[in-house]
Design a protein around this ligand. Structure first.
Ligand code: ASP
Length: 358
């Protein structure tokens, strides 16, 4: 497996074949991700999860994925709780923690920090988000979700019209996602943002060089028109450094806007968190009962993708599939109270948990 023992720092390092292999493995491990099977292939292994920035999904789903593979987790969720606050270098921290663990997941507000971590150790380091740079594993789970949604709708991902909306300058998830999307064919990428928050030019050039159509607009009502996929993002206030770019009401992605511009099969995505406070300009909760909203299918799928990534990087992919055993504990049919029927555990796993587990 090409990912064996590798650091995972940028989505640049993936080829299309890696994605196919990883997603096929995620499909196989899905019953364990969903609590329908156990899979204790990493018993004795230790994940160190070091988060120097806030996180809910990334940290907990990485830790959940590792635990579901039978491994143990040690973690710190703030820079203040480590000796970095005493002046220790990231390289020293990395070298020390690598001696306690078999793989590291690191999130840091500074873009170069992940390379510093990786430069100090041979234990694989996985990027859980480096400043406004990249978030490669979020992109992997986004793409995994997108492929599954396209399969459900009976359309290939190649040839789709994909609107990326919001703070495209600072949003690390879209930076990583665009790199992965560029590996597909004949896409139209519509970048929808205020002028001050445009997608970096090098990423636009990469997509154009790989034969995709790239459009830019500052008007969501134009950008969302006929979109097959809408990937909304949050204004990254923590990265604005005193700037206050115009970010008008028109960037609130509501049911009315989606109904006016999109079609029945449009897939609505967001890396989350979304700001749902009154007056916030983000993906609106009035879409929560809309079956086109795939955000919780994204988060659910993230566990399977991260399990597949750990199994690949640590060289136990085949063993993980062979180790699947039916689980006996209680699981509800639907995870969320508002979940549409296709959120249900059984539906997501095709013929049902028993068939999915050998
Ligand atoms: N959770 C994602 C990230 O860490 C998206 C966001 O924070 O807006 O980049």
């Amino acid at each position: 497996m090409p990912l064996l023992g590798r650091h995972i720092l940028s989505s640049e390092q993936f080829e299309r074949g890696d994605l196919d292999q990883l997603f096929a493995l995620a499909d196989r491990l899905r019953p364990a991700a969903r609590g329908l099977a156990s899979c204790r292939v990493l018993e004795g292994a230790v994940l160190a999860s070091l988060f120097f920035e806030p996180s809910t999904r990334t940290r907990l789903s990485f830790e959940s994925a590792f635990a579901k593979l039978g491994g143990s987790v040690i973690s710190t969720s703030s820079g203040d709780a480590t000796s970095v606050s005493k002046g220790e270098s990231l390289a020293d921290t990395s070298r020390v923690v690598s001696g306690y663990s078999d793989v590291l997941v690191v999130r840091h507000p500074a873009e170069p920090a992940l390379r510093e971590f990786a430069g100090a150790t041979r234990v694989p380091v996985i990027n859980g988000g480096n400043g406004a740079g990249e978030h490669p594993t979020q992109a992997l789970l986004d793409l995994y979700t997108l492929e599954r949604e396209c399969a459900r709708l009976g359309t290939p991902l190649d040839g789709r019209r994909i609107a990326l909306v919001g703070d495209l300058r600072h949003g690390r998830t879209v930076h990583s996602l665009v790199r992965l999307l560029s590996l597909y064919r004949d896409l139209t990428l519509v970048c929808v943002s205020p002028a001050a928050l445009r997608m970096p030019a090098d990423l636009l050039a990469l997509c154009a060089a790989r034969g995709h159509r790239v459009e830019e607009t500052d008007r969501p009502d134009t950008g969302l028109r006929n979109a097959d996929v809408v990937y909304a993002t949050r204004l990254q206030r923590e990265r604005l450094g005193g700037e206050s770019p115009e970010y008008g009401e028109e960037f609130r992605i509501t049911g009315a806007l989606v109904d006016a511009c999109c079609h029945e099969g449009t897939v609505l995505m967001h890396p989350l968190p979304r700001d749902t406070r009154p007056g916030a300009i983000d993906l609106d909760p009035d879409l929560d009962a809309d079956p086109r909203l795939a955000v919780f299918r994204q988060t659910d799928g993230g566990v399977a993708v991260r399990m597949a990534l750990f199994a690949s990087v640590l060289g136990v992919a085949e063993e993980a599939v062979a180790a699947l055993r039916p689980a006996g504990w209680y699981r509800p049919e639907q995870i969320g109270v508002q979940d549409a029927p296709f959120h249900r555990v059984r539906d997501l796993d095709g013929a049902g948990p028993e068939a999915a587990v050998r």
